[in-house]
Design a protein around this ligand. Structure first.
Ligand code: FES
Length: 105
């Protein structure tokens, strides 16, 4: 699915997509692009509102940390991983290929 122009997703920002469940695309400070399910697997918080450092996002509610590359959590509060999705940039536009994998139980 088309997300936006890469120029409209500056480094250090994230964009939540109107999917079900919501997915967020992160453009990290070093230029990486990652897409993961947006809802923290601990409780109901949007990771697009979290803090990103390197390839990690910290949940804004209780500070669980997830690896944007793999979806794995730090295993403390959020014991289940996030689904990851594939990001492509084509002709200056960001696209996400949504995972068809099941949601974490
Ligand atoms: S809701 Fe994310 S750590 Fe609690």
């Amino acid at each position: 699915m088309h997300v936006c122009a890469l120029a409209d997703l500056p480094r250090g920002t994230a964009r939540r997509l109107p999917t079900t469940p919501p997915v967020s695309v992160f453009h990290t400070a070093d230029g990486g692009l990652y897409a993961v399910d947006d809802t923290c697997t601990h409780q109901d918080a949007s990771l697009a509102d979290g803090w990103v450092e390197d390839c990690w996002v910290e949940c804004p509610l209780h500070a669980a940390v997830f690896d944007l590359r793999t979806g794995e959590s730090d295993g403390l509060l959020a014991r289940r991983p996030l689904r990851t999705h594939t990001v492509h940039v084509v002709d200056g536009a960001v696209h996400v290929e949504l995972s068809v994998g099941a949601l974490a139980p």
